[in-house]
Unconditional design. Structure first.
Length: 275
């Protein structure tokens, strides 16, 4: 099956499952559930949740056991976007061409919708009954994961606003890429492997794959936006960095041989994406 068709099929299944799991929009209090659904169904590609499923399958997992975990990861990713868009953070009016949650509703509801998505994500994890996955995701989105990456990003922007001469350090960019972006990619791939009862060695390999792929994702973002790493190294060098990390990610999949082909193909799509 062509990889784009594979992703399309998995995305459709994920969207259907999210629709089943999330409280209906009319559930009291309706406004918070409308805000949650608005944020979740705003056109996301579901890359992290697709990676969870593909990792599960690559390690021999069968059936729909992975779907609640994949959806939980998507809910938690969405929470990070809702909060990231708010005026106290990046202050964005649009995401994927649509009004951000706080613009569609208001700041208070957006804050609570993000909180609710995070909480509901962990409810789905708990129903999966695997404490190791809960531990991995908790680390990935905590103060030494996505939150830590966001803090360094915000502090860097604040200091730069105070002094036009300040140039963000490579070590800061590395921390942001590794934590704000890479950590959840890593946890998504490890979760799929863990759920399939893969060996510790395989789980670690899939974590390495996810982390390198997540950083590649961030590098490609910088190339598209002409920002971040591009301001320090230039586009040509960043392209080489992304290719190298993508190669490292692929090498981690050797542990499962041909079973990792879907993940390799997804990695190639991420490397060459234009949006």
């Amino acid at each position: 099956m062509d990889i784009r068709r594979y992703i399309k099929i998995k995305k459709k299944a994920i969207d259907a499952a999210l629709d089943r799991y999330l409280p209906p929009a009319k559930t009291t209090p309706g406004v918070i559930h409308r805000a949650m659904r608005y944020a979740v169904f705003s056109g996301g590609k579901r890359i992290r949740s697709v990676l969870t499923i593909a990792s599960f399958e690559a390690c021999g997992g069968k059936g729909n056991l992975v779907m609640p975990i994949a959806c939980a990861i998507e809910l938690i990713h969405t929470y990070t976007l809702v909060h990231d868009d708010m005026p106290c953070m990046d202050d964005d009016d649009l995401r994927r061409g649509k009004l951000t949650c706080h613009k569609k509703f208001n700041e208070s509801l957006a804050l609570l919708a993000g909180d609710a998505l995070l909480t509901f994500g962990f409810q789905l994890f708990s129903e999966g009954g695997n404490i190791e996955i809960v531990r991995e995701i908790s680390r990935a989105v905590g103060s030494q994961g996505t939150i830590g990456g966001q803090v360094v990003d915000i502090e860097g922007s604040r200091l730069k606003a105070q002094s036009s001469k300040r140039i963000i350090k490579k070590s800061e960019l590395d921390y942001i890429a590794r934590n704000k972006t890479g950590a959840l990619f890593e946890a998504a791939c490890k979760s799929g492997a863990i759920l399939s009862n893969a060996s510790g060695k395989k789980v670690q390999a899939f974590g390495d794959f996810g982390r390198n792929l997540g950083i590649t994702f961030q590098l490609v973002d910088d190339l598209i936006d002409k920002d971040g790493y591009v301001n320090i190294y230039g586009a040509d060098h960043v392209e080489k960095m992304a290719s190298l990390l993508n190669k490292r990610a692929g090498e981690s999949l050797k542990i499962v041989g041909k079973a990792g082909i879907r993940l390799s193909e997804i990695a190639e799509l991420i490397l060459h994406r234009k949006s």
